[in-house]
Write a protein that binds this ligand. Structure first.
Ligand SMILES: [Zn+2]
Length: 260
């Protein structure tokens, strides 16, 4: 089967990418989805060493918050600890140190943390970590490592989902204007008295199913193609996530081939 991808929408700022997957079946689409969620590695804080924490939050609670802040991940510079040459001892290839020192009254934000690697910093600068009152302090060193979403959700690079591509079959609709009003702007329009659909707008509309109940001349058909969406949490771009998932699939196939 020849796989084809047609880009539908690439919203880089929102970290969302939608494409049409042609030539694959449910098994293939679901394999890619699961590889994205479970196997594409990202950096996340794994250990935190506190020198001082007089904030209202216990060390464990601060650590939990730090662990869940996405870190920009450079997969060329880092290696999973289990695959690193240092054999799990910890080195610059498999560990990233981030320090956080704050004593000012008010919120402590993610941007105040100093990463040893300027390429790999917390993604969301204004994510609050803890709130300090007068004379409170926080001083800690974090160790971030690469990990997989199947071990802990903090390493998950984003979310992925798919559905069969919807196609509408439209006949002579009785009241096309009424249908236009019921759908989000731009999905339908009336062209020389007949109802016409904008296919790309239809892809974005999640709850189109009811439209078939409004007029017997409207029928929803699903094609064999898949409308696939990836939403990144920020560590990697959607395209990096997708190409990583494809690489991992190839590696797994090769590993299996070597065993035969
Ligand atoms: Zn190492």
């Amino acid at each position: 089967m020849a796989i084809k991808l047609d880009k539908i929408k690439d919203e880089r700022k929102r970290g969302k990418f939608t494409f049409l997957l042609k030539g694959g079946d449910e098994i293939f689409a679901n394999t890619i989805r699961r590889l994205i969620i479970e196997e594409v590695p990202t950096l996340a804080v794994e250990d935190v060493e506190f020198r001082d924490n007089s904030s209202a939050l216990y060390d464990e609670m601060v650590s939990l918050r730090l662990g869940l802040i996405p870190i920009k991940t450079d997969l060329k510079s880092y290696e999973l600890k289990s695959k690193c040459k240092c054999e799990g001892q910890g080195c610059a290839r498999c560990e990233l140190k981030i320090t956080l020192k704050a004593s000012k009254k008010g919120y402590v934000y993610a941007e105040e943390a100093q990463s040893a690697d300027p390429k790999c910093t917390f993604v969301y600068e204004k994510m609050p970590i803890v709130k300090l009152i007068a004379r409170q302090k926080i001083d800690c060193t974090m160790t971030a490592v690469l990990g997989l979403g199947k071990e802990h959700t903090k390493w998950c690079p984003g979310w992925a989902w798919y559905q069969h591509e919807p196609k509408l079959k439209i006949g002579k609709v009785k009241d096309p204007e009424a249908i236009v009003k019921l759908a989000p702007k731009g999905v339908f329009e009336v062209k020389s008295g007949r109802l016409a659909v904008d296919q790309e707008k239809l892809y974005e509309w999640q709850s189109y199913e009811f439209i078939a109940d409004l007029d017997p001349e409207i029928a929803i058909e699903e094609t064999d193609n898949f409308l696939f969406t990836i939403e990144s949490w920020g560590q990697l771009s959607c395209k990096e996530i997708l190409s990583q998932a494809a690489d991992i699939l190839m590696q797994k196939a090769e590993e299996m081939e070597n065993l035969i």
